[in-house]
Every structure is written in C-alpha cells, then in structure tokens.
Design a protein around this ligand. Structure first.
Ligand code: GTP
Ligand code: MG
Length: 313
C-alpha cells in the first residue's frame, strides 16, 4: 500500500493521514495495521496520567524537548476528556507543543474520549502501532486519571508515570485514593510551587517495591518536576530509561507486552460486539426486547439469546 510505504519512508503528511484513517477505523486503516504489525514491538510506550490540570501536557512538551536532545523520535497521543464539540483543550494540547510542529521526529495527536462507542482503546493502540512501526522510539499516551476513561494506562503501557501536584488539599489522601501501587514513576509536578518536597517525601516513605512478577521487584522512582521551567525533566527521562532497562533485563518487557496485547484484543472484541449491537438494533434485537417487556423472557436470558444467535452463522 503506497500510503504505508510513504509513512515508513518518513513522510509526515502520509503518517498524519494514516493516523486519521486508523483513528476512524476505516478499511484502509485496518489494512495498514495488518501490514505494519510485523514491524512493531520496539517502541517504549509510556502512559502519563494524573488529575485534570496536573500539568501533564506541559510536562510532556518539556519531555519532548529532552528526548529530542538525543536522536530519539517521540510520538504523543493525548486522550482528551473534554467535549469534542468545544475542542478547546485539544487545541490547547497542540498549541503547547507547537514549537515541535515542523520536527519530523515528533508526532502529536489529540483524541476526544467521548462518542466513540468503545473505540477509543483500539484507536489508541492502533496509533501506537503506527508510530512504533514508523520508527518512533518512544510513544507517550496522556490520559486523565485512572479507570475514568476506557483506556487503562496500567495495561496499555510499558511504563506508567503518575503525576501528583501540591495544593490539592489533603495530599496523602489524594495519593491513597487509588493511585498507589500503580505507578512505576511518580512525578511530583508543579515543583515550582510550595509543598512539592513534602509530597515527594511522603511518597518515598509510602511507596514500597512494586511486585512485577514472582521474582521481579521494582522500587518506584519519585521525581520532582515542573513542565514550565523544566525542573527535573532530565531526571524524569533518566527514570523512564532506567525503567525500560529494568523491564528488558528482567524479562518483564515481554510480560508487559503480553498484557498489552491481551488488553488490545479484548478491546477489539468489545468494539466488534458493540458495533454488532448497534447495527443489529433491528429485528432480532427488538424482538428480544419485546419479550423482556412482555415478561416472557428475563433480561439476562435475552442477552444470552442474542449472543448465542450471533455466534451461529
Ligand atoms: N506553576 C505551574 N503551573 C503549571 C505547570 N505545568 C502546567 N502548569 C499550568 O497548569 C495548567 C494545566 O496545564 P496542562 O499542561 O494543560 O495540564 P493537563 O494535566 O494536561 O490538563 P488536562 O489535560 O486538561 O487534564 C495550565 O494553566 C499550566 O500553565 C508547572 O510546572 N508549574
Ligand atoms: Mg492535557
């Protein structure tokens, strides 16, 4: 396929077009992913997550600068929780990273998280594969929070960076509310503000070694960062690289890749099922719903019936 070859040859416009075709789950996009699959598997996928407004996009822009000071290429996929209608924050993401706009070693794409019928996770995975296959060494995925969106960073990345920020009230409570035992690296961001050292100290005391498998342990690294003035960004990249080396040395890289593949196949199954459900809103489905309303069938029997019918050709 010409477009795929052009993207592999490093043509930024073809890459961008292909990204859109993959994002929208078009037949060309699907075919491209088939062709690209044998070339994937080497990019380091980094999930960056944290509360809204924690400074994720700003920190990532800073991280891009740091990564580009080496020869490595970096792609960013920002999953935006805001309404696709206003589009404000998505634009914001782009503007913040605009100083990289003509660098072919940088690719940035924002995706709205609403109104995708469960297609966000497969779209994200598809874009990761595209960037991986076309020679991006690092792919960063920005998401808000954990479990709030249908892209779960913990099973879609090799390395998870969780941002914490000073000034969110009872800091340790915020930390405890679900983000512990999840991050490989903690970035205490907006470190230009007071209180960052306190959070960093508490985190270091609180966060024990992460059990990766029966034999492999990883002690999460805590770094203080600021995307605005670049504090700690070099240290953050060092921590990311250390984590990658650790994954490779211990064989954990393969285990994480397996978990990522499992998540992706599962999300593709979900997408296909929800597509069939949407398209099969006609006769079969409606008849089942009538049976439920008439009390001839229970909702769970109706669901089982629908699933059984779709598997018999
Ligand atoms: N003081 C300070 N402010 C920062 C820093 N980084 C970002 N900000 C500010 O925090 C606000 C949010 O920054 P973003 O980078 O958009 O944060 P985000 O986490 O990507 O936000 P969402 O994607 O909307 O959740 C902006 O007003 C930034 O200017 C920092 O290091 N220090
Ligand atoms: Mg952002």
């Amino acid at each position: 396929m010409g477009l795929v070859q052009q993207a592999l040859d490093g043509n930024p416009r073809s890459l961008s077009r292909l990204a859109t075709l993959i994002e929208n789950d078009t037949p060309v996009g699907r075919r491209a992913l088939e062709l690209l699959h044998p070339r994937t598997g080497s990019a380091h996928v980094i999930g960056v997550t944290g509360p809204p407004g924690a400074g994720k996009s700003t920190l990532i822009a800073s991280l891009i600068r740091e990564i580009r000071s080496t020869t490595r290429r970096v792609g960013v996929i920002a999953i935006d929780p805001t309404s696709p209608i206003t589009g404000g924050a998505m634009l914001g993401d782009r503007i913040r990273m605009l100083d990289h706009w003509e660098d072919p070693g940088v690719f940035v794409r924002s995706m709205a998280s609403r109104g995708r019928h469960g297609g966000l996770a497969p779209a994200t995975a598809g874009l990761i594969h595209l960037l991986d296959a076309t020679g991006f060494d690092i792919v960063i995925v920005e998401t808000v929070g954990v479990g709030q969106e249908d892209v779960d960073v913990t099973s879609s990345a090799h390395t998870v960076v969780v941002l914490q920020v000073p000034g969110l009230g009872d800091d340790i409570q915020t930390i405890k509310a679900g983000l512990l035992e999840l991050a490989d690296i903690y970035a205490v961001n907006k470190a230009d503000r007071p209180g960052a050292e306190d959070i960093a100290r508490s985190l270091r005391a609180l966060v024990g070694p992460l059990r990766m498998s029966t034999t492999v342990l990883w002690q999460p690294i805590v770094v203080k960062t600021s995307g605005i003035d670049g504090i700690g960004v070099a240290e953050l990249l060092k921590a990311i690289d250390r984590h990658r080396a650790h994954l490779v040395e211990t064989g954990e890289w393969v285990r994480r890749a397996t978990a990522m593949a499992r998540t992706e196949v599962r999300s593709l199954i979900w997408r296909e099922l929800s597509r069939q459900l949407r398209e099969n809103g006609g006769t079969t489905f409606d008849r089942l719903i009538e049976s439920v309303v008439d009390r001839r069938m229970s909702p769970s029997d109706a669901a089982a019936d629908w699933l059984a019918q779709r598997s018999t050709p």
